[in-house]
Design a protein around this ligand. Structure first.
Ligand code: 4AD
Ligand code: MG
Length: 431
């Protein structure tokens, strides 16, 4: 008998097939038993009537427990009322392993309890749907970059120095030396563009964030494209095209999951280039006019400020040209106004705030050395990075897009903790 995946059931209507999975839920009504079986690709109701299947199989529908693993045989039937649009008329059921009493009963649980049982929580429909959207987001990113001239070049996790400020470094020992977990692959990307032109790295990123907010993780995934001969303006065009592609791909391939999550897709349909661009100065006006301030020139924006700016637009918006003093050491000053940098943050709508940070990099050696000094960074560790300005420097730009914040926005979630399989937070490293 042919083993199929539940998500492919539509192609097997009327055929007898095998499903391998777990019992998500069961109920009975008279002589009929209903088991919802999930196999990782979807959830499917299977129906058993006494007489339609062997006696031992039918008895098993009564004794089988929630989350037991099973192999089911049956005929696929189209039924618009069934979740997923198909059900299985059982002809046989075999037990693989009987599950013990399941801690995640099918009722409401508190967040802490669910987080403690994240290894099991992932099996439920909503979490399952979120992870499938995450996977599609990652795939869309890779497809777009691969098709637009970027090559994947991995960057190291163990690094000798900071990239995004020394306050959020995770320190570890590297034999006799100190090492830090990577906060960003950007500096290595800047070396890689000298060899490959346009590159991206895509990996886990670590920040010892002492912030307990709905958008901070200590371990998160970031994709970081970097391009040679690319200025600040072109960098934003790349970002708006990439983000629009991600959203359109999710709308195309993951509508069922968005529906499971309860995501209103209308706002997502508006995510098409071009996105609005406002300067930091204009953003300050918007924040103060909306009563979300007061903020004054030189202040960094917090979540409520970003929300206020984003609210003024109905799709993502770039905030550009922040004061140099509140941005990273590598950002290139605006020639016309050196107190601001050619950097931008992309703010997602609906209150999600910054999902991308990026900009043009300093390509001039002396200025870079000065900035490293001003930021009290260890010159020795940056020797190779300064070298890049000695051997064929070019104008170049790049950005980092946070996967979890993007998924939280696309799925319209309360907190980033549901966007990553096993979240690492200020007060959580289990499971
Ligand atoms: O703005 P950030 O710090 O930029 C950089 O790291 C640059 N070096 C990237 C580059 O230009 N190559 O981080 C980029 C993005 C943020 O916009 C956010 O989406 C995400 O990474 N991010 C976090 N996501 C979850 N938890 C955290 N603690 C995050 N910190 C940053
Ligand atoms: Mg940032």
């Amino acid at each position: 008998m042919q083993h199929i995946r539940i998500e492919d059931a539509a192609g097997y209507v009327g055929e007898e097939v095998e499903i391998r999975g777990w019992v998500y839920n069961k109920r009975s009504s008279g002589k009929v038993r209903f088991l919802i079986i999930r196999d990782g690709t979807g959830f499917m109701q299977s129906v058993a009537a006494a007489g339609d299947m062997a006696q031992d199989g039918f008895e098993l529908t009564d004794s089988v427990t929630q989350e037991s693993s099973v192999i089911a045989h049956g005929t696929v039937r189209a039924d618009s009322r069934a979740p997923g649009g198909h059900e299985l008329l059982l002809t046989g059921l075999k037990l693989v392993a009987l599950a013990e009493e399941y801690p995640l009963a099918l009722k409401e649980h508190g967040t802490d309890f669910l987080m403690d049982h994240r290894h099991l929580w992932l099996r439920t429909p909503r979490q399952h749907a979120i992870m499938r959207v995450r996977s599609e987001v990652i795939r869309a990113i890779r497809d777009w970059l691969d098709d637009n001239g970027f090559i994947l070049i991995d960057t190291p996790i163990l690094t000798p120095a900071a990239c995004e400020g020394t306050t959020t470094l995770f320190e570890t020992t590297y034999f006799e030396e100190k090492a830090y977990l990577a906060q960003s692959g950007q500096l290595y990307n800047e070396a890689d563009i000298g060899a490959f032109g346009r590159v991206y790295c895509f990996g886990p990123t670590f920040r010892a964030e002492k912030s307990k907010t709905r958008r901070h993780l200590t371990e998160f995934w970031m994709v970081e494209p970097e391009a040679a001969f690319c200025d600040f303006e072109e960098n934003m065009v790349i970002q708006e095209n990439l983000v629009s592609f991600i959203v359109s791909r999710v709308l195309e391939r993951r509508t069922a999951e968005l529906e499971t999550i309860g995501r209103d897709i209308e706002p997502l349909k508006r995510v098409k280039p071009p996105f609005a661009r406002v300067t930091y100065d204009e953003a300050i006006d918007i924040i103060n006019k909306q009563g979300a301030g007061p903020v004054s020139w030189g202040d960094d924006f917090g979540a409520p400020h970003e929300t206020a700016v984003a609210r003024a637009f109905d799709k993502p918006v770039f905030v550009m040209k922040y004061p140099a003093a509140i941005k990273a050491f590598y950002m290139k000053p605006d020639a016309a106004r050196p107190e601001v940098v050619l950097g931008s943050d992309l703010l997602a709508p609906e209150g999600y705030g910054e999902i991308i940070g990026g900009g043009e990099r300093i390509d001039e050696k002396e200025l870079l050395i000065r900035r490293i000094r001003e930021h009290n960074l260890p010159m020795e560790a940056f020797k190779w990075y300064i070298d890049l300005r000695r051997y064929g420097a070019v104008p170049h730009s790049g950005f980092g897009l946070g996967i979890e914040r993007s998924v939280a926005w696309i799925c319209n979630l309360e907190h980033v903790r549901e966007t990553i399989p096993f979240p690492r937070l200020l007060n959580r490293m289990y499971p």
